[in-house]
Write a protein that binds this ligand. Structure first.
Ligand code: EZ4
Ligand code: CO
Length: 412
């Protein structure tokens, strides 16, 4: 059988998603996620204009060979646009292979290594009272691990922090819609690393004393610290035993983490903006990180991420795949199948998609007692209602940018 057609849908059911739909000559359909937050149309063009035409008629069962073809043949390797496009084709081919075999994908990836996947959720609040309320809600639902983010005194709205608004219209997602009367550029926030470094240890102290020693606490620094600042924070958080400190320094500067490692035993996670095993070469071989944060969507799909995790496994580095709402339910399902199968699974980020998203992408994965499972539906286990998706056209939306108080553009 062969690849008959490849469609690329860009839709916005709750937020923007790019989905590749691969159909075989005998009508089997596979789905792949290519959503690159804020740069969706670039990937859609890469897929439509440069990838799809080269794959029509190809044997759809040659997943590895197709991955190598898309990685090597363009000459221009790696990078988020290329690797997201490659990811979508790869996921769709795996989806097709598992549907043909009549098994959930994890069975083709080696079978289940565990009964469920430890999940972490996002708890945040502008102040400690709101944060506590958010954490309590998740603990009551059975979650065992939470990422905690709060406002910083003296700063306004900061990324990743919102107060819960049960029944409200606001859907928390990591991108801001651009309204037609506003300029088409990202929102701007103000950042002050010194204020953040003073405040965060007091948040951890409070949460530990409120929720006890067992709850896993994670935190995301969003790449905003210099190495010496990150070393200070990692050391200050040690008494509260964080599960991990994520993205403490800009990820592309791999050797920066040497300084952080020298000063603390706080576990480190990095890599949601990295997209190839080569981006991790120093990080993994020098044992500078404990968790790999890449997503299948941004790191070459299941084949790319599996290659990375095999390499990481040699050094005992575990997975902490990126699972924000800008990874579509298709990408999320890919993580759950791969995470269930690999030996070096660590934890899975779980930021539930909105009801509107889940009406369009129907999923078979489950969460129970804080553990995720991909379900037993053949393939990835996600169905896309393309008609319903088409009713939600693409809307420009960008991540906010942050500047220091003097206007300097700061790291993300
Ligand atoms: O900023 O998904 O850990 N999660 C995060 C996310 C990312 C967005 C980027 O598109 O840091 O909120
Ligand atoms: Co992050």
């Amino acid at each position: 059988m062969s690849i008959h057609s490849i469609d690329v849908d860009v839709s916005s059911p709750g937020r923007n998603f790019v989905t590749a739909i691969v159909t075989t000559s005998d009508g089997v359909v596979g789905l792949g996620d290519a959503t690159l937050n804020g740069r969706e149309l670039a990937v859609a063009s890469y897929l439509r204009d440069h990838v799809a035409p080269t794959l029509i008629g190809r044997d759809e069962s040659q997943i590895e060979s197709t991955w190598q073809y898309l990685y090597r043949s363009p000459y221009w390797r790696r990078g988020p646009v290329t690797m997201a496009a490659l990811a979508a084709i790869d996921m769709a081919l795996w989806d097709i292979a598992a549907k043909r075999a009549g098994v959930p994908l994890y069975r083709l990836l080696g079978g289940a290594s565990r009964t469920g996947l430890l999940a972490y959720v996002h708890a945040s609040g502008s102040d400690l009272a709101h944060l506590d309320e958010a954490i309590r809600g998740y603990v009551e639902q059975g979650f065992q691990a939470v990422r905690i983010q709060t406002g910083v005194p003296g700063l306004g709205q900061i990324y990743g922090v919102h107060d819960s608004d049960p029944g409200g219209a606001y859907e928390y997602e990591p991108a801001g819609r651009l309204t037609s009367d506003a300029p088409r550029r990202p929102a701007e926030e103000t950042w002050d690393t010194a204020a953040y470094l003073r405040h965060l240890p007091t948040v951890f102290e409070h949460v530990r004393s409120e929720f006890g020693p067992e709850l896993h606490l994670l935190h995301d620094g969003h790449h905003r610290m210099r190495p010496i600042e990150a070393a200070r924070l990692a050391s200050d958080l040690e008494p509260y035993r964080p599960f991990w400190l994520e993205d403490c320094t800009p990820a592309e500067d791999q050797s920066a983490l040497r300084l952080v490692r020298e000063h603390s035993t706080t576990p480190l996670a990095i890599g949601e903006v990295l997209n190839s095993v080569y981006d991790y070469q120093t990080l993994i071989t020098e044992r500078l990180i404990d968790y790999v944060r890449s997503s299948a969507t941004h790191a070459g799909g299941i084949t790319g991420l599996r290659q990375l995790m095999t390499f990481a496994g040699i050094y005992g580095t575990r997975s902490g795949f990126h699972g924000p709402t800008d990874v579509s339910p298709v990408g999320m399902a890919a993580h759950l199948h791969l995470g269930l199968a690999i030996h070096n699974f660590g934890i899975q980020e779980y930021m539930p998609h909105s009801a509107r998203t889940l009406e369009v992408f129907r999923t078979s994965y489950t969460v129970e007692g804080g553990l995720l499972h991909p379900g037993e539906t053949p393939g990835l286990g996600v169905e896309l209602d393309r008609e319903m998706a088409a009713a939600h056209p693409y809307e420009p939306a960008y991540l906010p940018l942050n500047r220091l108080r003097d206007g300097t553009v700061h790291d993300w």
